[in-house]
Design a protein around this ligand. Structure first.
Ligand SMILES: [Zn+2]
Length: 262
């Protein structure tokens, strides 16, 4: 009789395994995420990251979990320098801020972030030789990689309302490129009916930047991709001014990032 019971239990195990396994995996991952976050990172976030300080207690916990999740998923390496856990936390914070309100965001086209101690140069067919850079993502040889200047990253978190942020800027490029095109239109985040008005708004706002009639940096005048990155940085860094000077742009960015920043 007992043998039938064993057979019955084995059949039940194989029938339900696929149903319960994802829950088990998710439980294990959550345990790992909670253990991974170091208490001293909390003080560091309080000291450096205004976005974190604006969150309520539950959201702060969620932000910390997302930091751990990011650090478990991606490699961060120093080039010509050793890097600390704090450096890595600031890279992760730059990645988490723009996608904080999305429940399961994953930077599909990223594996490794390389941190240079300061501004850097690289050989790239699209760049004049010797161009000094603070951040870079892209296609071709740059696929899966992001380059960042650590000095620029720390300065970005020290100056809160200047509308400049090297880390968030580069992650916004990756968000834009998720649909395969760096064109300032993150198709996966905009309802289809908004795409045409968004493209028209981009052109109108780029003209304002190029005519010095905008709070966005001149870099946004370059093209639609740089405009998207710079307007996103302003949205997270300088929301009051963006809303008062560019209310239409602010409203669409609110829709794209599913959040109010003020
Ligand atoms: Zn850029």
């Amino acid at each position: 009789m007992q043998i039938y019971l064993y057979i019955f239990l084995i059949i039940i195990f194989f029938m339900t395994r696929d149903v319960f396994y994802p829950y088990f995996k998710n439980y294990q991952r959550q345990k790992l995420i909670t253990r991974y976050f170091q208490p001293e990172w909390r003080n560091f976030l309080k000291e450096k990251v205004l976005f974190y300080n604006r969150l309520n207690a539950n959201e702060k916990q969620l932000f910390e979990n997302k930091i751990s999740n990011f650090l478990l998923d991606y490699n961060i390496k120093g080039i010509e320098t050793d890097i600390s856990d704090f450096d890595k936390v600031l890279v992760a914070a730059s990645a988490v801020i723009p996608v904080f309100r999305f429940s399961n965001w994953y930077y599909r086209d990223l594996k490794t972030i390389f941190l240079f101690p300061d501004s850097f140069t690289i050989n790239h067919p699209m760049l004049p030789e010797g161009t000094l850079l603070n951040g870079l993502v892209g296609y071709g040889g740059m696929v899966d990689k992001m380059y960042l200047s650590r000095k620029a990253l720390y300065e970005s978190f020290e100056k809160d309302f200047d509308g400049k942020h090297t880390g968030i800027h580069e992650f916004l490029h990756l968000i834009d490129m998720e649909d395969g095109a760096a064109d300032g239109v993150p198709d996966i985040l905009i309802p289809k009916s908004y795409i045409k008005p968004w493209k028209e708004l981009i052109q109108k706002e780029i003209e304002r930047v190029c005519n010095d009639d905008s709070i966005l940096s001149n870099y946004a005048c370059e093209n639609a991709a740089e405009f998207f990155a710079e307007s996103g940085v302003s949205f997270f860094e300088n929301p009051d001014e963006l809303q008062s000077k560019h209310p239409e742009l602010y409203r669409v960015l609110e829709l794209i990032f599913m959040t109010k920043t003020k």
